[in-house]
Structure formats: structure tokens, C-alpha cells
Design a protein around this ligand. Sequence first.
Ligand SMILES: Cc1cc2nc3c(=O)[nH]c(=O)nc-3n(C[C@H](O)[C@H](O)[C@H](O)COP(=O)(O)OP(=O)(O)OC[C@H]3O[C@@H](n4cnc5c(N)ncnc54)[C@H](O)[C@@H]3O)c2cc1C
Ligand SMILES: Cc1ncc(C[n+]2csc(CCOP(=O)(O)OP(=O)(O)O)c2C)c(N)n1
Ligand SMILES: [Mg+2]
Length: 568
Amino acid sequence: MKRKGSQIIWEVLAQEGVEVVFGYPGGAILPAYDAMLDYPIRHVLVRHEQGAAHMADGFARASGRVGVAMATSGPGATNLVTGIATAMMDSSPIVCITGQVTSASIGSDAFQETDVTGVTLPITKHNYLVTAVEDIAPAMREAFYIARSGRPGPVLVDISKDAQLASIDYEPDDGPVSLPGYRPDLRALPEEFERAVELISAAERPLILAGHGVLMSGAMRTLLDFVERTQIPVAMTLLGIGGFPASHPLNLGMMGMHGEAWVNHAIQEADLLLAFGMRFDDRVTGNVKTYALQAKKIHVEIDPSEINKNVPVDVGIVGDLRETLETLLPHLPEKRHPAWLSYIDGLKGDSAVRDIQGLPDSGHLYAAHVINDLWRKTGGEALVVTDVGQHQMWEAQYYRHEKPFSLITSGGLGTMGFALPAAIGARFARPDDEIWVVAGDGGFQMTQAELTTCAQEGIKLNIAIINNGYLGMVRQWQEFFYERRYAATPLRNPDFLKLADAHGLAGMRVERRDQVEAAVDWARQTPGTVVIDFRVEQEDSVYPMVPAGADLHAMIRRPSPIVETAVD
Ligand SMILES: Cc1cc2nc3c(=O)[nH]c(=O)nc-3n(C[C@H](O)[C@H](O)[C@H](O)COP(=O)(O)OP(=O)(O)OC[C@H]3O[C@@H](n4cnc5c(N)ncnc54)[C@H](O)[C@@H]3O)c2cc1C
Ligand SMILES: Cc1ncc(C[n+]2csc(CCOP(=O)(O)OP(=O)(O)O)c2C)c(N)n1
Ligand SMILES: [Mg+2]
């Protein structure tokens, strides 16, 4: 059948099972937009292309499927960049399709010409410049395959306008994609498994470090079996949260810069670390020279380049985490570690992470109150999409995630402005789930234009703005390390309720703790997207904190009086 390149784009998207595309039109991608009207794929018109990339990312993280963003050449394509880098850092599978100037004018500084494959080379898993109509379908099929296989990540396909306008005889190819040299399915050698079993059998103070790879490989059930059998306690990375139920007695909580104090101490004193689908980010390790020196280390990773990258390990098992755990499981001894577990329990007594919950209601509203009450009200079962900053860390500490894929957050790039668009993407992946955006007053303003997208698409999101009047996380660093010199961190904010109103959306302001639960109820019952402006304590800080580059056990703790409420 005769097809134009612009039609082939949609043919392949349909073949890949794509139901929604997030995008913004312009000259170089106009043929594709024109062809779109003939295909049953929903298009969500964003207000800024950064939003499109985050929406595709949020869709991918909420569904486990590939998210798709579309933009025109030049400024449209460059506006995608932050979203692509965000997806790259957190291994999120998205495909971005951009229009490019005609192939004859490439290199001439044509109107809206940007070398977007050059720009995105280091922040994509792979990218393509397509200038011939017959290359469109193969490039797009490969893009989907690369995005979702092995270690997932973003792929960009840049298609010149003349390739979109040209026609060919097109027959869909539904055979497997073959890419010589690309080996996403590497497997470890049997000796490595044997060595891992030996180390696990011999360990007296073992600890599992569960990362994002648990969720990406769908290893939740297998990890549970693994833990039940070996009784090894589990610490979570920020992106691993949800991979193991928060209420499980062996779930110790988050590790790292703002992790639980007892987790970081346990890491430093463990004799075996089992790193499952996590990449020893510097927020996780602190000073690598003093990191877990007493521990042997087993690293299970799908990407061989991660093994021995940041932390040298004794056993590196390359492969899918779920498959690896399934292989290991029958060979593992049933074990108990009572002395180790009660030692860690003892460390909890030293914790100040949850002290705010134990303080009497002084009339002040702390962000931790908001998150904790949100957790209580939603039973730990909502999908929470956070932005970046203090509120993000409080969410990780105070919202106890029971279910997989219930926290979406920008970890590696730490992209402010991520939450609202990512939540819009997640809404299209999970039409019936309760979704909360938890955003700072600073980050929310970076992509608040997407409120219009919520209104235009008629979607329901509950937006909690944790409004402390500051770029709080940076203010905290200034407080701790720059003598309280608050350079460029105080915020004069718009009236967020008027902003909501301007979009035809409902809003509410909350200033006291006793108003939080009613506000959560109100949000849940009110149709459409709603905005709650939580006016929280302005100069609160996130504790504990491992200063950047410091030893993991050298945490700054909340100043006295410390109230022990770890059981809260
Ligand atoms: C303000 C701020 C503060 C932060 N503080 C903390 C903190 O205190 N603690 C913390 O933990 N994080 C913190 N982070 C997040 C941190 O920067 C990293 O993003 C996070 O630690 C990465 O977690 P991860 O290694 O589990 O996930 P990723 O970075 O997504 O890495 C996942 C790994 O799993 C591998 N993988 C993927 N699929 C599979 C598979 N099928 N099988 C096996 N392996 C697979 C990937 O190759 C990758 O190496 C913070 C971020 C911000 C913005
Ligand atoms: C796009 C971007 N610019 C700058 C930063 C640096 N940064 C990290 S946290 C933060 C402050 C966030 O403030 P806000 O959104 O109000 O959240 P809060 O920390 O107050 O909860 C800043 C500026 C960033 N992470 N992302
Ligand atoms: Mg703030």
C-alpha cells in the first residue's frame, strides 16, 4: 500500500500499541500532525515541550510501557532536552519524535534548524536522523525496541520534513528487530552464581540494597520470596521505593543522603551488601572511600558498565534481576539473623527522622505533617508524583508506599518542574488510580503552564503544593553550609488559588495541621484537577542529612530536643 512518511510514523506507533502521544506542533513536524487525524491515537497538547517529555516519562514509569513525545525542529526539539535527560538518568523508556528541516537544507542554518541528534547524543540511549522515507519504519521500530529492552532509556528519532512528505509502497514489518552488536540480554556465568551463594551463606550481617531495577524487572514477588527465605533486611533507594512493601518488618526504609539513620549505619557495619538493580549513586554512598568497608558486595545489574563503576564489588552478576533472583533462590539456605536484626532495631532508637510526628500540635504546619496525613488518609495506596527538593525527601520519609509503581520522582537528574507533567502522563497510563502531585512552590512554577493541559484534557489530579516560600532544599544548604546567607532562595509566589481559578480549577488553602485531613477528603471528592496550597513552616530542614561527599555515617541530625517516634 502507498503511504507517506507522515502516515508511516502513525502506522508504526499503532503497531507498537501506542494509545497516547504528548506533543506540540510546528512547521517541520506538520506533515505528521496532519496525518495524525486519520489514526485512532490520542494526542495531548502540552503547553511546553519539556512537559511532553516528562509526560511520556511519567506514562512510562506508571505503566512499564514506552511513552511517546512529539515536537517540531529547533526550539521544539531543544525544549525536550531536560525531559530526555531526566528519563536517561532514571532509565525510563521514552521515544521522542522530532521534525527536522528538509534534508537538502540540513547544515545551512535553515529556519528552526538544530542538530538535535548532536544535542541529545549524550542523553539518549540511542538516536536517529532519518532523511529518507524508507528508513522511517525501521528506525522507529528499532527505537521502541532499544527504549524498552535491556536497561531502558530514551531514544530520539529526528525525521526530516521531506521524508515525511515522500511516499513509498509500505508493508508493515512485524518480525523481530535485529540489531547486530546490541546485546540487551547478557547473562552471568555459573561461577558467579556459585560465589554469590557462598557469600550469602557465610554472611552474618547481610543487607539488601533494593533499587529501581526491582521495579523495572518486575522482581517484587521474587524479592519477597528471597527475603522470606534468607531473612535479610532490605534498604531502599529513592527510586526503589515501592519495590518492597513499606509495612514488611524487614523493610528498613530509605538509604543515603536523607535516608534513615539506622539504614546508613547498618550499611557501614554490614558484612555483605546485595545490591539489586541499583547503581550506587553518590546520594546513596556518600564518600565512596569510606563506604561499607567491612562488606563484601554482590551487584546484580543489567548494565555491565555499572558494575565496579562507583563501588568495587566482589561478585558482579550481569543480567535481569528477576531472572537472577529466580535462579539463585533454590540454592539459598534458609537463615535467621537475630543478633543482626536486633542490633539494627537498637539503632532505630537513635533516630530523629520522625520526630515531628511526635511533637505536640503547636499550631505550626510542617510539610511532614501534610505528607504523613496524606499517607494515613490514602492508606499508602495512592500514586504519588513528586517534584524535587525538600518536599520530595519528606515524601520519601513519611509516605509509606505499599504498592509497586506508586512513587514517581526524578532521582538522578533531580529535575524541578517534573511532577505536574509526569503526573499528567501517569494519568493516561492509569486512568482509574488516585494520583497526587506533591510539588514545591518553586518547582511547581517551572511547569505550571501544564495546569491548562489538565483543564483542556479534563483530567483529575490532586495537586499538593508544599508552599514554604523558599527554594527550600537550596535554602537548607545555605543554612548548613553558607552561614544562612539566603542568596536567591526566598520566593515571592503567585496566588496559587487564583492561578487554579484562572484555569477553571478548584483550589483550597491550608494553614493548620487540623485542616489537612479535611483538605485531602475535599480533593478526593472534587471532580477535576484541584490545587491545595499548603502553607508550611518556612525554615524547616530535612534530617538526617549526609553532607555531599561526607562519610555515610556522618549524618547531621535534627537538633534537640529529639523525640523518639520511630514507631509512629
Ligand atoms: C534532592 C535529592 C535527594 C536525593 N537523596 C537520595 C537519598 O537520600 N537516597 C537515595 O536513595 N536517593 C536519593 N536521591 C536519588 C538519587 O540521586 C538516585 O536517583 C537514586 O539513588 C537512584 O536509585 P537507583 O540506583 O535505585 O535507580 P536508577 O538510577 O534508576 O538505577 C537503576 C539501576 O538498575 C539497573 N536495572 C534496570 N533494569 C534492570 C533489570 N531488569 N535487572 C537488573 N538491573 C536493572 C539499571 O541499569 C540501573 O543501573 C536523591 C535525589 C534528589 C533529587
Ligand atoms: C531545574 C532545576 N533547577 C535548579 C535545581 C536546584 N534545586 C534543587 S532543589 C531546589 C529548590 C526546590 O524548591 P521548591 O520547589 O520550592 O521545593 P522545596 O525544596 O522548598 O520543597 C533547587 C533550586 C533543580 N533541582 N532543578
Ligand atoms: Mg519551596
